[in-house]
Each structure stands twice: as structure tokens, then as C-alpha cells.
Design a protein around this ligand. Structure first.
Ligand code: SF4
Length: 98
């Protein structure tokens, strides 16, 4: 969830192995690990959390998203089922299998 909206919904294994929303990707990158060989890069979100009573236009995450484009600032992404049981609200979904 981000600012009161579900942005991604999937079962645990699917979500952890293939996050499709940039906010999920950032949250998962911040999970501590004891594996010293893990080659994960922590994603640091820039900017402040917007006010929920005056949220940004379009995608509420656009002020902090490194993948943001013009459409993100104008149109609210709808929660779509991308693969069976995996729902994502983003104009530029990550980790889509071709
Ligand atoms: S819709 Fe755009 S700004 Fe929002 S999470 Fe997706 S890429 Fe980022």
C-alpha cells in the first residue's frame, strides 16, 4: 500500500521473487540480510512522503519514483491483474516476462 492505496497484490512467493511495482521493489531492497554474498542494491527513495490529504496528481508515488514519466503525473494507474493472481497499479510495470 502507498498513501492508502493498494499498489501491488500477489501471493508471498510471487511478490518477493517478481515485484512489479517500483514501491514494492524499493521496500524489498531494504530488507536486511545476513548473506554477505548477496548482491542486492538498496533503493533509496528520494523526496518526502506526500500528504494524504493533498496527494499528488496521477500516480501518488510519482514524486518519488525513478521510473516516472509524463503519463504518471496525469493518469491514475488502475490495479490490473498482470498475471493470474498478481495485481499491479503502475503505468510502467517492472519484471514483466516477455
Ligand atoms: S505509475 Fe509511474 S510513477 Fe507510478 S509507480 Fe508506476 S512508474 Fe512510478
Amino acid at each position: 500500500m502507498y498513501l492508502g492505496n493498494i499498489v501491488e497484490l500477489a501471493d508471498t512467493q510471487e511478490l518477493f521473487s517478481r515485484p512489479m511495482h517500483p514501491y514494492t521493489e524499493a521496500l524489498l531492497s531494504a530488507i536486511p540480510t545476513t548473506d554477505i554474498d548477496a548482491k542486492r542494491k538498496i533503493i533509496i527513495l528520494e523526496g518526502d512522503i506526500p500528504s494524504p490529504i493533498n496527494p499528488p496528481s496521477g500516480c501518488k508515488f510519482h514524486t518519488r519514483c525513478k521510473y516516472c514519466t509524463d503519463i504518471c503525473k496525469k493518469e491514475v494507474p488502475q490495479l490490473e491483474e498482470v498475471t493470474p493472481g498478481h495485481f499491479v497499479a503502475c503505468h510502467h510495470k517492472l519484471n514483466i516476462k516477455e
